[in-house]
Write a protein that binds this ligand. Sequence first.
Ligand code: MD3
Ligand code: FE
Length: 220
Amino acid sequence: MTFDLFDNLDDPDHAGRRAEPLADGAVVLRAQARDAAPRLLEAVHAILASAPWRNMITPGGLRMSVAMTNCGGAGWVSDANGYRYDSLDPLSGRPWPAMPEIFLELATQAAALAGFPDFMPDACLINRYVPGTRLSLHQDRDERDLRAPIVSVSLGLPAVFLFGGQRRADRPARVRLVHGDVVVWGGPARLTFHGVAPLADGDHPLLGRERINLTFRKAL
Ligand code: MD3
Ligand code: FE
């Protein structure tokens, strides 16, 4: 069977850009962000200057091993009161840094390739993993409109992404995500349980012993 998304992906330089369907509503766009990665990382560094990495506390009182920050009109925050989107960074009391143009361009283009031409994110959660960091199985359901997809961009060290089902108990599939891979999750895949296995050690040419993941969301 031919896969129509394939025809939408330009790969004139044979960089490995291709669409891999993961599940109904979920597709990996391999290497889609590879060329933009240096510019994306420059933008991340500018964001960190006003909204530095922090390890948030879950409502259960545990400190997350993933370090996070945000940009855009709303940012995802967790504290003793629960999870929510907030227009202000609780560390500074100021609005989160604006969404960089290069972020918007990449996220809207990837969403359009995956069949979501109207996607307009208002939040980008930025996650940082170091060797040993993991993210346990969860659903993303704090966004108001669950019809909008989530676009994720992997940068730096490779990760094993755990892709479960609609129930927490469903045994997750393992998908390796490397630098430059973009994943779009929408429709029937939007509420699947997912997580990240403990990051293996390594040395990435651009990021050293680090993985950074951008997730673009329509939160409000
Ligand atoms: C599947 N981040 O920030 S991105 C998260 O690699 C999160 O940092 C992981 O899960 C990371 O919430 C995974 C891929 C991802 C993001 C959102 C999803 C997969 C998803 C929402 C629904 C289903
Ligand atoms: Fe998630």
